[in-house]
Design a protein. Structure first.
Length: 201
């Protein structure tokens, strides 16, 4: 298992980055909170989990061991795979997720794209006694993923929302609305606000 990776940040997107280490550029799919702490051209480190499939090797990255543990824990629920697990941690901060599971807050869980009421109820039933307080998890997300925007911010945010499972039209509409309300928002913060906006619908 690749438990962590450290290297020079070569690229940053809203849901992935490339870290160069040992002459190799490694693509890591990551949460907005993890990416917010990286800066292109600087050294970066992520806690990681390698998911092996018959036709792919996919590395997922997090800003803390606790977030990585939650990523693995939610996948013990039937119907929750790596992509949905990453969407859960992109929509809900680890402490919010633990709180939602512990208080049986199904409504909070259904804010995640791809998590319906039945899945949320199953998550609560199977996980509420397995998760404890998350210690040392940073809030993250207030800054921008330094130098990430190589395309217009609204398009980048919409693309990230689509990657998390939202329909293209809804993703584009929400991204445009969020950035229209505050054009100075960085892409990472705009994505966070867009996810919260979509979660209220």
């Amino acid at each position: 298992m690749i438990a962590s990776i450290r290297g020079t940040v070569a690229e940053i997107g809203l849901d992935r980055c490339v870290l160069e280490t040992g002459g190799v550029g490694v693509l890591v799919h990551a949460t907005p909170a993890a990416l917010a702490g990286l800066r292109r051209g600087s050294q970066g480190m992520l806690h990681t989990e390698l998911v092996v499939r018959e036709d792919s090797l996919t590395l997922y990255g997090f800003d803390s061991p606790e977030a990585r543990t939650l990523f693995l824990t939610v996948q013990t629920v039937s119907g929750v795979g790596p992509r949905l697990a990453l969407a859960i941690l992109a929509t809900l901060e680890p402490d919010e997720l633990v709180r939602a599971l512990g208080t049986e807050d199904v409504k909070a869980l259904t804010r995640v794209p791809g998590v319906g009421k039945r899945t949320a109820e199953r998550m609560v039933l199977e996980l509420k006694d397995k998760v404890g307080p998350v210690v040392g998890v940073g809030v993250g997300g207030a800054g921008t993923a330094g130098g990430a925007a190589s395309m217009p911010a609204a398009a980048e945010v919409a693309q990230a929302l689509e990657g998390l499972g939202f329909p293209a039209a809804e993703a584009e509409k929400t991204a445009t609305a969020v950035l229209a309300s505050d054009p100075d928002l960085g892409p990472a913060e705009a994505l966070r606000l867009a996810l919260r906006s979509l979660g209220k619908r």
